[in-house]
Design a protein around this ligand. Sequence first.
Ligand code: FES
Ligand code: MG
Length: 587
Amino acid sequence: PAGPAAGAAAEGRRVRPEELRSHAWYGTDGLRAFSHRARTRQLGYLPEEHLGKPVVAVLNTWSDINPCHRHLRERAEAVKRGVWQAGGFPLEFPVATLSETFQKPTPMLYRNLLAMETEELLRSYPVDGAVLMGGCDKTTPALLMGAASAGLPAVFVPAGPMLRGHWRGETLGSGTDMWKYWDERRAGRLGDRELDELEGGLARSPGQCMTMGTASTMTACAEALGVTVPGASSIPAVDSGHDRMAAAAGLLAVDLVWRDLRLPQLLTREAFEDAVTTALALGGSTNAVIHLVAMAGRVGVKLGLDDFDALARRVPVLANIRPGGAYLMEDFHYAGGLPGLLARLGEAGLLHLDRPTAAHTSLREQLAGALVHDDDVIRTTGDPLAEEGGIAVLRGNLAPDGAVIKHIAADPRLLTHTGPAVVFDDYQELQARIDDPALGITPDSVLVLRGSGPLGGPGMPEYGMLPIPAALLKEGVQDMVRLSDARMSGTSYGACVLHIAPESHVGGPLALVRTGDLITLDVPARLLRLEVDDAELGRRRAALRLPPARYGRGYGSLYQEHITQADTGCDFDFLARPGQVPDPCAG
Ligand code: FES
Ligand code: MG
């Protein structure tokens, strides 16, 4: 990496204060530095409190609208405590909040916006290193993508999972049990009083979803990548250990600056392989496929769908966490957490143990002494929850650029299935018509939703767990084959084929399907096929009219001009490519 500190790491010494990036703002003898020093005094700091010290930006995604990050406002104080203790100078920056439960049409529309904000804040201010605070779904990849492109030393602080949910003596998982009880409601088995109680019991503390949803999958990936304090990702948000972890992140960030160990140096191909392995062993969210591909793209690491499929064939699912398993993140933490799981993967030869992490010279050293205290929550490789990783990549004439299915969360009987399609052109039509008896939906039907991809959604919303018609729910049908170009919440389940690429909105073959066509899903053969001959598909393609552009201005317009498809991670093309960016201090 370039910059004034570039020599230090190569020479095996620590960075000198005058080599700090922030020195260009504060330490020089010009009018600008005079002004920066004066304005820092205006902030209330003595010169000796900050001059010559690493400036650590604390990027905080706290907001009143984000229940998963409710504790981060106060947690930032622990991070700053750590930075001060290590002799650094912390500055907190509020950045965009992507609140999964509130933001419409979907926070995925804004992942790249937070990534851009992160990158440009770190670049344009006097920052030597960063602590990135987040955890709710897209927040983790967004912060890491932006910080990776900025190229500074950075530590990620996971928001941490909320406590277990409770209702009438039952343990509830956020997301997962919300879907389950809403189906009970639709089937007429749940009254108003029960619903009211459930609203109070589903999510009862600050923190991210405590099932193995996208949030806990991605924060675990961050830890596996080696960019957190060891053990950080499983600590419950409200545990005092979370405060201590936050302080440790502040200490670590300052140390990384003096060592000039920058984020891209840790984000290697080996690190990404280990992150994929971790997501698979956790039975993690399918969203990890999109996010990890996008994150790898920021540092020039080639990671594709086939890497996931290849690793999935040899990585067993060890974490017994809902929706694929029985327990919740709180149980996982007490059972040994991610260090325990990683230690088991390492013993089985499934990780690259010799690569460095932010906190240790090797992952092996980081995992030394990690224990598992409950073999039912974190299984041994000899007694896994599933022999193969939870995600399979499908291809065929319906998904030339791939599609994914989380097959451990599906009814095994449906994994090889041929049935007639029932097609919905968009989510509104699906909502309006799914319970219409005139559609003649049977348990063998294949429900197809299109118009829900990166452009069609827009933002590729989590519509992929299409609802089962109420009449079938009442008959006890719990799973059906469902297909879409959408994503699915990590807390969802079912035989749902997702991320079909290219999406229908840009003319992918999904746009050509008609109700009544036979569709074959064959997960063991990794196949997704529309049983219609090429001549007929050619006629349909010739008649196809693509929908007009949706946005005439603003961020949506930028989005629709630059978003890439699911198989390449849905980054913006101009963010994913390498290229020159001028030094903001020059001139
Ligand atoms: Fe924020 Fe699930 S809604 S992590
Ligand atoms: Mg989610």
